[in-house]
Design a protein around this ligand. Structure first.
Ligand code: ZN
Length: 288
């Protein structure tokens, strides 16, 4: 079991959760589209442009919110959280040799899980979806559109929708972020100064990460990346608020759809640092 294994488990949990959100949208679209039939229509099946219909939108949105999460989705969230538990267990095993404090690692894991659960099970994370449903209904009412056409439009819109983009990025990043926080905490306790910047190259690996990948870095070099970010010399995709402390958990950051930074810092012993990396650190006066 290694830090590397943990990252793989975390990646899989995040990818599976993304798929489950897509599946939820497919299941929800028919239910949401059927709500159009609760609006008043004329003899030709056109939605009447009335105040009552406009006011009825709120009742529809309330019902959509109340029924959005079905059992399958709740089970998927549970699997995702179990994935975080497995990541944490793997990290804790890997860091045992550093003398990592299990209680501290557990608290970090619990915080990550509570945060992810809150986001995944809150309809406020689906604000874009609900906003799109509302907009389509209003548009259908004021233009007296054909009810079946509005229903079809809703189905398509919901199918293509999902959890809000910013939340999705955080859910994608959560396993790696939790793992980084645990590693940083354990290393801090153990006085570790060398870290390998590790991760599988993916199609969307950002240049900032690529330049660091595979090399061993001194804790002071990593802090310097954070200080540069805080001073406005950041990089594409960095998380707002990156500084010499948060760099250890934010690392490369996140952006776009599937491009959350999944790199991790792996603590390494001095004997495992390559001569080139050691020479670079020596040139900076960080090692003797
Ligand atoms: Zn990265």
């Amino acid at each position: 079991m290694s830090i590397e294994t943990a990252r793989g488990i975390g990646d899989e949990a995040a990818a599976a959760m993304d798929k489950e959100v897509e599946a939820l949208m497919k299941r929800a679209s028919a239910r949401i589209a059927a709500e159009v039939s609760t609006l008043d229509t004329d003899a030709l099946g056109r939605i009447k442009p009335t105040a009552a219909n406009i006011q009825h939108i709120n009742a529809i949105l309330d019902r959509v919110s109340a029924t959005l999460f079905d059992d399958k989705y709740v089970e998927a969230v549970t699997r995702y959280l179990n994935g975080l538990t497995r990541v944490s267990g793997t990290v804790s095993t890997a860091l045992k040799s550093l003398g990592a404090d299990d209680a501290l690692l557990s608290v970090i894991a619990r915080r990550a899980k509570v945060g992810a659960a809150t986001q995944l099970l809150s309809t406020s994370s689906y604000r874009d979806l609900l906003g799109s449903v509302s907009a389509q209904l209003i548009n259908g009412i004021v233009t007296s559109a054909d009810a079946s056409a509005v229903s079809l439009g809703l189905t398509e819109a919901v199918d293509a929708s999902g959890i809000d983009r910013a939340v999705k990025s955080q859910i994608d990043s959560a396993p790696a972020a939790m793992q980084r926080a645990q590693t940083a905490a354990a290393s801090e306790q153990a006085g570790i100064v060398f870290y390998r910047f590790q991760g599988r190259p993916i199609a969307t690996t950002r240049p900032w990460c690529l330049a660091r990948e595979g090399k061993v870095w001194h804790v002071e070099e990593i802090r310097e990346w954070g200080r540069e970010a805080a001073a406005g010399k950041g990089w594409d995709g960095m998380i707002e608020g990156t500084n010499e402390q948060t760099i250890f958990t934010y690392l490369g950051g996140w952006y776009g759809d599937r491009a959350a930074c999944r790199h991790v810092l792996v603590p390494v012993l001095p004997s495992r640092v390559s001569p080139e990396d050691m020479a670079r650190m020596r040139a900076k006066g960080l090692v003797d």
